[in-house]
Design a protein around this ligand. Structure first.
Ligand code: CU
Length: 194
């Protein structure tokens, strides 16, 4: 085996060892004008949702501030008919995410849900999407991938939702970039050794 081959095999092994779990990440900015119908809330928020498709978990990280009303509940609605607009029923745990900060106008949240548990879904969502947790998760993932799911924070000011945002997928780190880098390094090493 040539030295350059050894280097590339070693780098590939290193990349495999350090590459993250099989994750999909989605983010959303939350606001009143993004609600349906839009409202005049000056509150804002940001949410990050991470699926771990090896562990079948969903981590929800959110922060929000400046709401007009006090938070009553929060969850993800899906799937709207068209990406980025309209309304849909609740897909995730009802009436609200476990431990979501209620009663105030600001807060932070970080919780990981077991998506193999029926409790992580709205029961009606499972029923409407194939009747099993597996089919419900597939439908939910598709809705998230296609921009048809939104995180909604309800409050005493707007019971239908004071701030919300449609979750959109964050592109995964480019595997091609890593491959190109390794191939380029191997090429340079092989030339230097000629
Ligand atoms: Cu809601």
């Amino acid at each position: 085996m040539k030295f350059a081959h050894l280097v590339s095999v070693g780098l590939f092994a290193l990349i495999a060892a350090v590459s993250p779990a099989h994750e999909k990440v989605y983010t959303a900015f939350l606001s009143g004008p993004a609600e349906a119908p839009p409202n005049d809330s000056l509150g804002t928020g940001f949410a990050t949702v991470t699926f771990d498709l090896d562990l079948f978990t969903m981590r929800i990280q959110a922060n929000f501030s400046g709401l007009t009303g006090n938070v009553t509940n929060a969850h993800i609605h899906a799937a709207t008919a068209v990406a980025g607009v309209g309304t849909a029923g609740v897909a995730t745990q009802t009436p609200t995410f476990t431990g979501f900060p209620a009663g105030g106008t600001s807060g932070t949240y970080d919780h990981t849900f077991d998506m193999t548990s029926a409790a992580s879904y709205n029961a009606a969502y499972i029923t409407a999407n194939g009747g099993t947790i597996s089919t419900a998760f597939d439908a939910f993932e598709l809705a998230m991938d296609s921009g048809k799911a939104y995180l909604n924070i309800h409050s005493t000011y707007k019971s239908g939702g004071e701030i919300r945002g449609f979750l959109t997928p964050i592109p995964e780190p480019s595997a091609y970039g890593l491959f190109a880098g390794v191939a380029g390094l191997a090429f340079v090493i092989s030339r230097r050794r000629r």
